[in-house]
Ligand binder design. Structure first.
Ligand code: ZN
Length: 221
């Protein structure tokens, strides 16, 4: 999505890295991205069709079960099966292309290295390397000498810190979606409450002494 506040130059927020469709209809992540873009007053929200299911290799892009009810100490240990091969490289590349079209030099990505240290494309070294690539790969960087920056404001925050910072900034968490394996019941989408993403999200809200406003299958929140 493209935001223009508070800077005069547009900002590009890297896209929602999930399928456009699920077995139950349009992707919940995509619907949440549209809701959030709208609530932030984004000037534009583009949907780019990149079908990573063609490559597979992840519980999020292939017919592989999403791990459930893992112990807290096991989450973040090694690279989980929910890692999508080269996902953030692919999505940042698309965001970079749009940034260049818009004349933007600032890309934002919501990666978090603390809880998901197992994901190699969520680490500071990856973002630094991509920033160097962006500088060399674009006319803006290589010819016009404009500094291209990749911002990851959530990178070093704990899940508790993300909840607290979001609330400070007035984020409506009811519009957001985190679960890897949601259950759709009629018009309602329920978070499973058992995947790693749900565990970490619930832990963040609990530690921040807040109630997660999204509905869960078993009313865990
Ligand atoms: Zn879940």
């Amino acid at each position: 999505m493209q935001l223009r506040w508070p800077k005069p130059a547009p900002w590009v927020l890297a896209p929602t890295p999930f399928p456009l469709q699920s077995a139950d209809g349009p992707s919940q992540e995509l619907a949440a991205a549209s809701r959030v873009a709208c609530s932030l007053g984004a000037e534009d929200h583009r949907i780019v069709r990149v079908d990573l299911d063609v490559l597979g290799g992840s519980a999020l892009t292939a017919d592989i079960e999403v791990p459930k009810a893992r112990r807290r100490e096991d989450i973040g240990e090694g690279v989980p099966i929910t890692y999508v091969p080269a996902r953030n490289t692919i999505f940042l590349a698309i965001a970079l292309g749009w940034a260049e079209v818009l004349g933007s030099t600032d890309l934002f990505l919501g990666v978090n290295a603390v809880d998901y240290s197992g994901y190699p494309d969520c680490r500071p070294a990856f973002l630094q390397a991509f920033e160097n690539l962006a500088q060399l790969a674009t006319v803006a960087g290589a010819e016009d000498d404009k500094p291209l920056r990749i911002h990851a404001p959530l990178m070093k925050l704990s899940k508790q810190g993300i909840v607290e910072r979001g609330l400070e900034l007035g984020v409506d968490f009811a519009l957001t979606h985190t679960c890897y394996d949601p259950v759709v019941r009629g018009a309602e989408t329920l978070a499973c409450g058992e995947c790693d993403a749900c565990h970490l999200r619930l832990e963040g809200f609990r530690e921040a002494n807040q109630t997660d406003p999204v509905p869960y299958v078993s009313g865990l929140n």
